[in-house]
Design a binder for this molecule. Structure first.
Ligand code: NAP
Length: 295
C-alpha cells in the first residue's frame, strides 16, 4: 500500500518517519518545503500539493492543526478530493489531527460524496509516543476502511481502537483531552502547592508516584515541570483548541463539565499571557504568577 502524509510538525514528522521505517512507500507534503527535507533524506517522495500526493497513493493521512486546516488539505483548492479519479480508485483519507467531532463527520460526508472513504483517527501519547511508535489511535469510520488502514496505524501506534462510526474517534479524543488537560493542571497545582509549603516538589512527586495519584502525566509532565522544561511537546494554544472543542460539544449537548471548564479558562489565560507557543505544562508558570511567584 502506498501512503501519503500531510503536515510534518512535532507529531507528523516522527509518525511519517515510522511509516518509512515500517517499509511503506511514502509521499509527503508540507506547506513549507523545508519541512519535507528530513523525510526526503530518509527516502520519501515529495509532492507539490495534496492533490498530487492523493494521485500517487492509496491512503492519505493529514496531521495538521484544526478543522479549517483539515478542510483545506482535504477539500480545498488542490486538496485531496480534487483528484478526480481518487474516489474511483478507492482512496482512503485519514485525518489524525484533533478537531471537533461534528467537523470530522461533515468532512467525512463531503469526501464520501466524492467516493473517498474517510477515517477520523486522532492520537494520544504526545511527541514521545509519536517518536517511539506507541501512540494510542482512536478511530471513527467504516469497519472496511479501518481494516485497510490497520497495518498503517500499527506502524505509528500500539493501542489502536475502532471506537465507532464517523466522528467517534474525535469524541474519544475530546474525552482524552478532558482527562489530560485537567491532569496537567492538577499536577501543576500539586507541585506548586508542595513548593509553596516549603517542601521539595521532587520528593512529593516521588512519593505520589507510588499511590493512587500516580499518572503518566505526573510521571512525565511532572518531571518536565520540575526541570522547568517548557519546550513543546504540545503547544498551549493547541491544548486551548482542544478544550474549546470539549466546551463547544458540552454547550451543544447541555453538559456540565466543571473541571474541564476551569482548565479551559487556564489555557485561555496562557494564550493571553503570551505562553501559547510554550508547552501546555507551562500552566505551572501561570499558577505561580497567580500565587505570588515561584515557590
Ligand atoms: P505542529 O507542530 O504545529 O504541526 C502541525 C503541522 O501542520 C505544522 O507543520 C503546520 O505547518 C501544518 N499545518 C497546519 N495547518 C496547515 C494547513 N492549513 N495546511 C498545511 N499544513 C498545515 O503541531 P503538532 O503538535 O504536530 O499537532 C498536530 C495535531 O496533532 C494537532 O491537531 C494536535 O492537536 C494533535 N496532537 C498533538 C499532540 C502533541 O503532543 N503535540 C498529541 C496528540 C495530538 P507550519 O509548520 O507551516 O505551520
Amino acid at each position: 500500500m502506498k501512503v501519503g502524509f500531510i503536515g510534518l510538525g512535532i507529531m507528523g514528522r516522527p509518525m511519517a518517519l515510522n511509516l518509512l521505517k515500517g517499509g511503506f512507500e511514502l509521499t509527503v507534503w508540507a506547506r513549507r518545503p523545508e519541512q519535507m527535507r528530513p523525510l526526503a533524506d530518509a527516502g520519501a517522495k515529495t509532492a507539490a500539493n495534496p492533490a498530487e500526493l492523493a494521485g500517487a497513493v492509496d491512503l492519505a493521512i493529514s496531521m495538521v492543526a484544526d478543522a479549517p486546516d483539515v478542510e483545506q488539505v482535504m477539500l480545498g483548492e488542490k486538496g485531496i478530493a480534487s483528484v478526480g479519479a481518487a474516489g474511483k480508485r478507492g482512496l482512503i483519507a485519514v485525518d489524525m489531527s484533533t478537531i471537533l467531532p461534528a467537523a470530522a463527520r461533515d468532512i467525512g460526508e463531503r469526501l464520501a460524496a466524492r467516493g473517498i472513504d474517510f477515517l477520523d483517527a486522532p492520537v494520544s501519547g504526545g511527541e514521545v509516543g509519536a517518536v517511539a511508535g506507541t501512540l494510542s489511535v482512536m478511530v471513527g469510520g467504516s469497519a472496511a476502511a479501518f481494516a485497510s488502514a490497520g497495518p498503517v496505524f500499527a506502524c505509528m501506534g500500539k493501542n489502536i481502537v475502532h471506537v465507532g462510526g464517523s466522528g467517534a474517534g474525535q469524541v474519544a479524543k475530546a474525552a482524552n483531552q478532558i482527562m489530560t488537560g485537567v491532569g496537567v493542571l492538577t499536577v501543576a497545582e500539586a507541585l506548586n502547592f508542595a513548593a509553596r509549603n516549603g517542601v521539595d516538589p521532587a520528593k512529593v512527586r516521588e512519593a505520589l508516584l507510588g499511590g493512587f495519584a500516580y499518572s503518566k502525566i505526573l510521571e512525565n509532565h511532572g518531571q518536565r515541570m520540575l526541570d522547568r522544561n517548557f519546550k513543546p511537546g504540545f503547544k498551549a494554544w493547541m491544548h486551548q483548541k482542544d478544550m474549546n472543542i470539549v466546551m463547544r460539544s458540552a454547550h451543544e449537548l447541555g453538559l456540565c463539565l466543571p473541571a474541564a471548564a476551569a482548565t479551559a479558562q487556564m489555557f485561555n489565560a496562557m494564550v493571553g499571557a503570551g505562553l501559547g507557543e510554550e508547552d501546555s505544562i507551562a500552566v505551572l508558570k501561570l499558577l505561580e504568577h497567580l500565587s505570588g511567584g515561584e515557590g
